[in-house]
Write a new protein. Structure first.
Length: 277
């Protein structure tokens, strides 16, 4: 499905941002372009790019953020699934030789070794936000920080405390794998096409020591995912397929709790009990 520009005011805004008036955003890829210059500048100030930075941008689209970041950093590499965006990215590459881009699905992308450590940013599609966040967490050892523009509802879930209705899988991962900050709200009115929901800007920092060992990480993911897939059940019932010896574990952990009652560190502790006992 495609949807086009819808009113004269928006036409003027899009033209001012350098977009062709006949450009159609593809709904199948969740495309929503930022068209507000003040918001673009605010995003740049918040990320605070430095001359020594190597950055990766997911979904540069028409390059609205790209053209602001590229001259400010040592290297910027952009990844976009839509080959039509080359029309907007190629001119930036000619002006800034340290900028490069490729057409690829980020969920299938692995950072090449020659890229080294990097910072990650992006205006990411709503429909795969969770997958993109988890993909970023998988590469946390090489990423300094992540700045994602995402659906407000997802951003609130990321920082939700345990015991709340919004607390879930992403909340646990965000607390254990990163320092997660909900930075500010972003109105739906700064985008073309205008989405049905508001957005937010979120930062994940990986500077601090990760409490989850590489050996335990896949087991933690299994325990958290299995628990919240049946969040109304107690851990005793939801984790039947994971628990090895329920009796010995019950001596150390209360399995009558429901998943939303466990803090992220308690999930980590439960995982250690199950797989290290």
């Amino acid at each position: 499905m495609q949807y086009a520009l819808c009113n004269p005011f928006q036409n003027k805004t899009v033209l001012r941002m350098g977009l062709r008036p006949d450009l159609r955003a593809l709904k199948k890829w969740g495309q929503n372009f930022i068209t507000d210059p003040a918001m673009l500048e605010k995003l740049v100030r918040t990320v605070n790019p430095q001359p020594q930075d190597v950055m990766v941008e997911i979904g540069p689209g028409s390059g609205a953020l790209t053209r602001l970041f590229a001259p400010r950093v040592k290297q910027l590499h952009a990844i976009d699934i839509d080959p039509r965006m080359g029309e907007y990215l190629e001119p930036i590459q000619k002006e800034v030789p340290s900028f490069s881009f490729e057409y690829k699905d980020f969920l299938k992308w692995s950072p090449p070794s020659e890229l080294g450590d990097f910072r990650l940013m992006g205006n990411i599609p709503y429909y795969i936000t969770s997958q993109l966040i988890l993909q970023a967490f998988e590469h946390h050892e090489r990423i300094g920080d992540v700045h994602f523009l995402m659906q407000k509802e997802v951003g609130k879930r990321l920082v939700a405390p345990h015991g709340s209705k919004q607390y879930g899988i992403l909340s646990v991962y965000a607390a254990l794998f990163a320092k997660t900050e909900y930075l500010f709200d972003i109105s739906r009115n700064v985008f073309y096409p205008r989405p049905d929901v508001d957005s937010c800007f979120v930062r994940f920092s990986f500077d601090e020591e990760n409490p989850v060992s590489a050996e335990l990480e896949p087991h933690l993911r299994q325990v958290v995912r299995t628990s919240f897939n049946q969040r109304r059940k107690t851990l005793r019932n939801s984790l039947k397929s994971v628990l090895k010896d329920r009796t010995s574990i019950e001596d150390k952990f209360d399995l009558n709790l429901r998943p939303e009652q466990l803090s992220p560190l308690e999930f980590l502790g439960l995982t250690e009990i199950i797989f290290k006992s």
